[in-house]
Design a protein around this ligand. Structure first.
Ligand code: NAI
Length: 333
């Protein structure tokens, strides 16, 4: 058996973490033969809840789980970690302006970036789930200059999974028969779910989704809107935000980063933009990526329709604005 690796989940007393911790500890992300030490980071008012989570993890009797470290101290939480799931964030409360939300989160991700910089392994892979995920990842990376920028990412995998599920349902095929759907830009309602490069397995043959669906009005209309508004639809139905599906998506994201993507297939991740596809540089923008040896690479030269281009500009502008607002909050502190 391999040596255990340390993995941190922040927001460990929250609802996404409740599903996520179990999935990680079962070996869904790092493999069935990779022992784990789980670090659980939350804030002082949640210590009691955290104790309950620790008890339940013990009671799960999970073979791969060697130790659990609950803490409210980022310097303990991030110590020697190889992978970090940054789920904890300040939620939007009634009457809260976007700027207030951003400002509260900028402070959290500054502290966490600084702690990662000081005590995490330099090769740590950081996945930011807590919203606004893209800008939080940007802030976190900025405060961890000793860790390569490529090691910071934001989650758009839930959007990708939602989009793939919509196409699978439309075509009446299993989810494994759909791939290469792209989420471009911000994890917000300006994201652009793009089925233009996607493939679907029909009657034993991989076909372009555009051809197989044969309904551009759907692909540019109801499909995009359903994915963009899916989070709100779940909240309206469940009275709580997506948690099980968010946890599964976080596992998928880190799993593929750790283990690589299959030849010819790509996944979407929010990563530092190099300006590809006309996106603004140096924001965390969701692109299609291929992954090998734990390194992602933006898939280049995909043909982009004029419709897609206009959507990419919209979401890119929003990310640029968020980044500027985050920087102004940091400057004023
Ligand atoms: P939750 O409110 O149930 O849990 C959040 C936890 O984070 C709480 O236990 C809270 O105490 C903790 N927390 C707050 N500040 C912290 C800090 N500074 N350090 C450590 N822990 C801290 O929320 P839930 O449902 O688990 O969602 C977590 C985040 O994930 C939210 O920001 C939500 O908007 C976001 N989200 C992102 C998705 C994506 O696709 N990127 C999808 C779904 C949710």
């Amino acid at each position: 058996m391999a040596e255990p690796i340390r993995v941190v989940v922040t927001g460990a007393a929250g609802q996404i973490a409740y599903s996520l911790l179990y999935m990680i500890a079962r070996g869904e992300v790092f493999g069935k033969d990779q022992p784990l030490i789980l670090h659980l980071l939350d804030i002082p008012p949640m210590v009691g809840v955290l104790e309950g989570v620790v008890m339940e993890l013990a009671d799960c009797a999970l073979p791969l789980l060697r130790q659990v470290v609950p803490t409210t101290d980022p310097l303990v939480g991030f110590k020697d970690v190889s992978a970090a799931f940054l789920v904890g964030a300040m939620p939007r409360k009634e009457g809260m302006e976007r700027k207030d939300l951003l400002s509260a989160n900028v402070k959290i991700f500054k502290v966490q970036g600084e702690a990662l910089d000081k005590v995490a392994k330099k090769e740590v892979k950081v996945l930011v789930v807590g919203n606004p995920a893209n800008t939080n990842a940007f802030v976190c990376a900025n405060y961890a200059p000793s860790i390569p920028r490529e090691n910071f990412s934001a989650m758009t995998r839930l959007d990708q999974n939602r989009a793939s599920a919509q196409i699978a349902t439309k075509m009446g095929v299993p989810i494994t028969s759909v791939n290469n759907i792209i989420i471009w830009g911000n994890h917000s309602s300006t994201q652009y779910p793009d089925a233009g490069q996607g493939k679907v397995l029909v009657n034993g043959q991989w076909k372009s989704i555009v051809e197989a669906v044969g309904d551009n009005a759907f692909l540019e209309g109801a499909f995009v809107e359903t994915v963009q508004k899916r989070g709100a639809a779940v909240i309206a139905a469940r009275k709580m935000s997506s948690a099980m599906s968010a946890a599964k998506a976080a596992c998928d994201h880190m799993h593929d980063w750790w283990n690589g993507t299959a030849p010819g297939q790509f996944v979407s991740m929010g990563v530092f933009s190099d300006g590809s596809y006309g996106s603004p540089k140096d924001v965390i923008f969701s692109f299609p990526v291929e992954i090998k040896n734990k390194q992602w690479k933006i898939v280049g030269n995909l043909p982009i329709s004029d419709f897609a281009k206009s959507k990419l500009i919209l979401t890119g502008n929003e990310l640029q604005e968020e980044k500027n607002e985050a920087l102004s909050v940091l400057d004023s502190n």
